[in-house]
Design a protein around this ligand. Sequence first.
Ligand SMILES: Nc1ncnc2c1ncn2[C@@H]1O[C@H](COP(=O)(O)OP(=O)(O)OP(=O)(O)O)[C@@H](O)[C@H]1O
Length: 328
Amino acid sequence: MEKSESTPLLEVRGLKKYFPIRSGFMKKVTNHVKAVDDLSFTVATGETLGIVGESGCGKSTTGRAILRLLEPTGGEVIFQGENLAALSPNEMRMKRKDLQIIFQDPFASLNPRMTVGEIIEEPMIIFELYETSKERKEKVAELMQVVGLKPENSERFPHEFSGGQRQRIGIARALALNPKLIVADEPVSALDVSIQSQVLNLMRDLQKQYGLTYIFISHNLSVVKHFCDRIGVMYLGRMVELAPKNALYEEPLHPYTRSLLSAVPIAKPKTKRERIILTGDVPSPANPPSGCTFHTRCPDCMEICKTDKPEFQSMGDGRYVACHLYNQ
Ligand SMILES: Nc1ncnc2c1ncn2[C@@H]1O[C@H](COP(=O)(O)OP(=O)(O)OP(=O)(O)O)[C@@H](O)[C@H]1O
């Protein structure tokens, strides 16, 4: 397990989320999709932890299980010393003030029948944050300004805004409760490339201004490179490598990380990167391979990889890797 010098804001220990697969006439549970399988990591106050991996590796499920938008199958999510996974639904509801999420598709996540002002104000009403409607409206105007929207547009509806502006509305709504941690699930993937950096810059400014901590979920290694302090790489529901950003990009350890990075173009390459093309498809998370789940596609596969699950071990300097190549 990773150790940070100060107490982390969030510590995820052995997190699991299995989805039942039902089949037959009686719809009996015959197997499980192991979407997240034994995940452990920490997030320090004020940092941005990136979580990357191919589609279906369990990134979104991880984000949702941390916030208990999906009930974890196992493990602990320690937020400021308290295990969120053990809270009653009502206790968890109150905690949500501190933990917010920004979704990939701002259009789908905003109620089309509510005005932008109502959308941003709603969480304040639910959590009884201000005494009067006037105070809430003032806060709505302030938040709209903070995210770069004109407060006079608060009576408009989401469809009247562009994709980038809609994501700003989603961010303002998430900020309405003064959260400490924001899970940003592919927050710019649906936006034009030209708009992406504007929204990322806004998120970075807000992080400084409000002391926010982010878990930033993305399939795009170029985006996380510029935005994150540390990066965790997931494969088939597990974290295979976790490292400070520069270490990960300059010297990736896990063969899977190396293969992902080998496909990312480098602007001014100091060293020539080997091109690793993985063979085969990603196996089903319902029937993951034995041993190291990556062994079926690994260019460095050894006999032990087929039978023994590698430990997620510390390599020093804040680096962790789950790979038999690094057995000590
Ligand atoms: N509600 C669900 N019921 C059953 N299986 C699910 C459910 N949600 C996700 N899964 C499965 O869990 C696995 C992980 O999905 P998840 O959406 O977390 O991956 P992801 O890395 O976020 O992918 P993407 O980038 O495509 O969103 C996938 O195999 C997916 O099909």
